[in-house]
Design a protein around this ligand. Sequence first.
Ligand code: GLY
Length: 217
Amino acid sequence: ARRCAVISDQTVADLYAPKATEALTRAGYQVALLTFPPGDASKSLAQAERLYDGLATAAIDRADLILTLGGGVTGDLGGFVAATWLRGLPFIQVPTTLEADVDASVGGKVAVNHASGKNMIGAFYQPRRVVIDVSCLRTLHKRDLTAGLAESVKHGLIRDAAFFAWHEARAEAILNADEAVLAELVERNVRIKAAVVAADERESHLRAILNFGHTFG
Ligand code: GLY
């Protein structure tokens, strides 16, 4: 790729876009930063269309790359845009929340919402790569950390009893955002999720277990 469109919500862009842009520029990319307002309301076709406008203005074509920088909303919305612009551009997920690290960034579900329900318009479209830096979790609000932790506990419950117990022994370190513990937590989650998705990418049987907690929620 020559150009890289970085898609990020405004909150995350304020925190991390300068660093990401600098690193990408150093690596030889021309960077176009496209931002949108934070929050689930941005997972809409209207917002996707604004991002398409941005891609057109930046002349992003098939030789280029999309990078989503942020939490689950950013990965879902930006991934949906990547899946549909020019019938699909390669994209890289760079999650910045614990929920996106352990769940949303892995597995290729990308979508926007419709009046009839959440994630009704979307695709299974795998990122070329997922790059997780747990130091981004330093700027996460405690409530968002515990929201991500709930997904991790859930992966223990559905797949790995020893991992479930691992959480109980490390609760304090996790809540204090100890980076070594968080790195292990993220790695174990990604292994669990990737194995389930590899067995059933399109959710015809096994993958439905990952919705444990979502459906009731
Ligand atoms: N977050 C549930 C799944 O990826 O299937």
